[in-house]
Structures are given as structure tokens and as C-alpha cells.
Write a protein that binds this ligand. Structure first.
Ligand code: BTN
Length: 264
């Protein structure tokens, strides 16, 4: 394991005004999302960070598990309290995904993309994922927990293969990557976008630019059905717009995309 993520090291490396300043650091925990949700419910300040070296019950999308050997990944969750309606909460996910793409490029020179809705990929291999969980106060959005897992130094052979073959920054770069500078740049990139969101900026256009999925023939597995067509666009709230062979434009809110003719 290189570069320990201790509370002191993180606070010394942070270049933010508020994101990550309220901080919980664990050697191991069940899930940073679970802890961040519990903390959010008891008043965690906007921008609070929960980070760990290892998760014993890491949560993935659609009830899946998220695996990463201890110390090999960035595993963290942010508590955000944006002034958004619940249906706009995906905007918080979008800005964090774009921040990750920027940080990966700045720190490693690698070009990552977003595979709709929340996967981070490098040349179609999955290098990370984002899981967002919402809390409501009545009809209002109380908090958004954005959890991110980034495969930094792990050996892709060590984790189970899912829909997309896994990779890591180390595997793509051919050299180990320090987690602390990556975390620092990433949180700074989150804060810049989150502050802009508060001033009315929409993260949709930037996120759209990062999407690997658009213009591709896709098969989208949703909880109800499988939709086949061409991924034409995304809307401002993050839904995927799929043009079916009959010319119908379907709006998909939740699902897994497979590019037809590819595994991802
Ligand atoms: C996906 O299914 O692709 C999303 C995976 C999100 C995993 C991260 S790891 C840190 C945070 N805590 C969790 O329990 N899950 C997210």
C-alpha cells in the first residue's frame, strides 16, 4: 500500500474551503455511504466526507456489492445539501463524475469517460462507480450522499467481473498512483462545481461531454424491461433518451447500458 490516508494527511492535503473539511476517516467500515447517510440524518454539515481504506459491505448500484482490496482504492462518500428538487438530485452525481474525470486527467494524464448513468470508464473498462442516495424532508431534498469508488492501484484480476471488465488507474498507467493528491484534486474539482451549482450553473452540458454512451447502439436493462435503440441524448436531470428502431424516443431513468456489439 502506498500513501496512507490518515485524517492529518488528508486535512493537510486538502485545498478546499468546505468540501472534506468535516471528516470521518476509517481503516475499515461496512460502507461509507451507509455511514454518510446516518451522519447526514443527524446533521452532517454540507460537504462532509466519509473515507475508508476498506469496506466490508460496499454498496453498488441496483443492490450490487462494491469490492476493493484494502488500501487499493479511493472509497468515499460526500454529504451534500444542494438547493435542488429531489428529481434534480442526479445533478450532484453529474458534477462529482465530471470532477473525477478532471482529477484523473490532471493527476495521471489518463482520459476517463462516464458510462451512463454513473460508471467511470477508461477505454470501456470500469475504473470507478458512483452511488447516490437521497434523503427527503417532506417533499424537499434534505441531503444527497454521493459515494464514489475509484480503482486506483488494485489489480483488476482481484475483483469480480461485472457487466464491464474492471480496470484501475495503475493498470492503465503501468505505474502506481498516489491516492492523496488524487483525492485532493478531486475534492477541489467537486467544490468548484458544487459552488457553481449553488449559483445556478447546470452540470448537465459538461457531464454530457464526458459521456461515452451517446450516439451508440445500446441495449438498456431497466427494472421493467430491456430497451434496444440508439442512445441519442440525456436530459438535464440525467435521464437517457433512447431512440428505438420504431422511431420512438424513450426516457430511461434507471438501468444498465450495454453497447450492442460490445461487452460495455
Ligand atoms: C456502482 O455500482 O458502480 C457504484 C459503486 C459505488 C461504490 C462506492 S465505494 C464508496 C461508496 N460507499 C459505498 O458503499 N458505495 C460507494
Amino acid at each position: 500500500m502506498i500513501g496512507q490516508l490518515t485524517r492529518e494527511a488528508i486535512l493537510a492535503a486538502l485545498d478546499t474551503a468546505f468540501v472534506g473539511r468535516s471528516l470521518e476517516v476509517y481503516d475499515a467500515i461496512d460502507s461509507t455511504n451507509a455511514r454518510a447517510v446516518a451522519w447526514a440524518r443527524t446533521g452532517a454539515p454540507d460537504g462532509s466526507l466519509v473515507i475508508t481504506d476498506e469496506q466490508t459491505a460496499g454498496r453498488g448500484r441496483l443492490g450490487r456489492r462494491w469490492h476493493a482490496p484494502s488500501g487499493s482504492a479511493l472509497l468515499f462518500s460526500l454529504v451534500l445539501r444542494p438547493a435542488l428538487m429531489p428529481m434534480q438530485a442526479q445533478r450532484a452525481t453529474m458534477l462529482c463524475s465530471s470532477a473525477a474525470v478532471e482529477a484523473i486527467s490532471a493527476v495521471t494524464g489518463l482520459t476517463a469517460q462516464v458510462k451512463w448513468p454513473n460508471d467511470l470508464v477508461i477505454e470501456r473498462k470500469k475504473v470507478g462507480g458512483v452511488l447516490t442516495e437521497l434523503g427527503l424532508a417532506g417533499c424537499e431534498l434534505d441531503y444527497v450522499v454521493v459515494g464514489m469508488g475509484l480503482n486506483v492501484n488494485l489489480d483488476p484480476a482481484q475483483i469480480p467481473e461485472a457487466l464491464a471488465p474492471p480496470t484501475s488507474l495503475r493498470a492503465e498507467l503501468g505505474a502506481p498512483v498516489e491516492r492523496l493528491p488524487l483525492l485532493s484534486v478531486l475534492l477541489q474539482a467537486v467544490e468548484a462545481r458544487y459552488t457553481a451549482l449553488g449559483r445556478g450553473w447546470s452540470p448537465h452540458e459538461e457531464w454530457r461531454e464526458h459521456l461515452a454512451t451517446l450516439g451508440q447502439p445500446v441495449q438498456v436493462g431497466t427494472p421493467e424491461e430491456v430497451i434496444v435503440g440508439v442512445a441519442e441524448d440525456v436530459d438535464a436531470d440525467g435521464a437517457l433518451l433512447v431512440r428505438t428502431p420504431k422511431g420512438e424516443l424513450r426516457t430511461v431513468l434507471v438501468g444498465d447500458v450495454t453497447l450492442r456489439g460490445h461487452r460495455v
